[in-house]
Design a protein around this ligand. Structure first.
Ligand SMILES: [Zn+2]
Length: 224
């Protein structure tokens, strides 16, 4: 796109690529580049969407993070700048609860997944932690509390390693935005290092006036 002689680079700040059952990173990069794309942030998927087993030790999680990092590397190889964001989606923890894991077991597993993501950031393999957050579907209050506890933990870890955070949240408008603004203030993350993906239009001004980066999907299939 040309704007008064200046190029407006086309970027995607939140994309998923599934080399196991979907369009792999190389094809994604080629199509994106053909449309003038310059930069893609690749965010981790769910273990089972890559044919991996949720829970267990951290082997599946590590494998998922490695696939994310490798996807970003392949996209760079195709001439599109790309970085990786790794972490455990709320659906991952929810699935473990559904399978009968206790609250403590889920907290422990998810925290170790976040710690592992921080290791990837420290090693320079990833730039951020995500997506982390709360289920976008209706859940009981104690489940919401569990994910809030994890979210606050993720913010703290991200602050320690200077990582960005990609959020996955419910869509409760101002309430959703406020809860994140308050939590980020409490933890003290760097302004605009927390990205509220799937932001609702009503929250955009409030988020950006409070150091939270809103982001809106241009199109989507599914809700990851
Ligand atoms: Zn996503």
């Amino acid at each position: 796109m040309a704007m008064q002689g200046r190029e407006l680079p086309l970027c995607d700040n939140h994309a998923h690529t599934n080399p196991v059952i979907g369009m792999g990173p190389r094809e994604l990069a080629r199509r994106f580049k053909r449309e003038g794309g310059r930069f893609i942030v690749i965010v981790a998927l769910l273990t089972w969407s890559l044919g991996l087993t949720p829970g267990g030790d951290l082997d599946s999680v590590r494998r998922m993070y490695d696939i994310t990092v490798e996807s970003a590397r392949i996209i760079n190889e195709e001439g599109v700048k790309s970085v990786a964001v790794v972490g455990l989606h709320p659906a991952e923890g929810y699935e473990l609860l559904r399978r009968g894991w206790s609250r403590e077991e889920v907290l422990d597993f998810m925290r170790r997944g976040i710690d592992l993501a921080a290791e990837y950031v420290r090693e320079g393999k990833a730039v951020g932690i995500g997506e982390v957050g709360r289920p976008h579907w209706e859940v009981p209050g104690d489940v919401t509390n569990l994910f809030n506890e994890l979210l606050e933990y993720a913010f703290g870890v991200a602050k320690d390693v200077n990582a960005i955070v990609h959020l996955h949240l419910e869509r409760n408008g101002i309430d959703t935005a406020l809860s994140i603004i308050n939590m980020v203030k409490r933890v003290g993350n760097r302004p605009y290092s927390v990205i509220m993906h799937h932001a609702e239009p009503v929250t955009i001004d409030m988020a950006s006036n409070n150091g939270i980066m809103p982001s809106i999907p241009m199109g989507r299939r599914g809700r990851v």
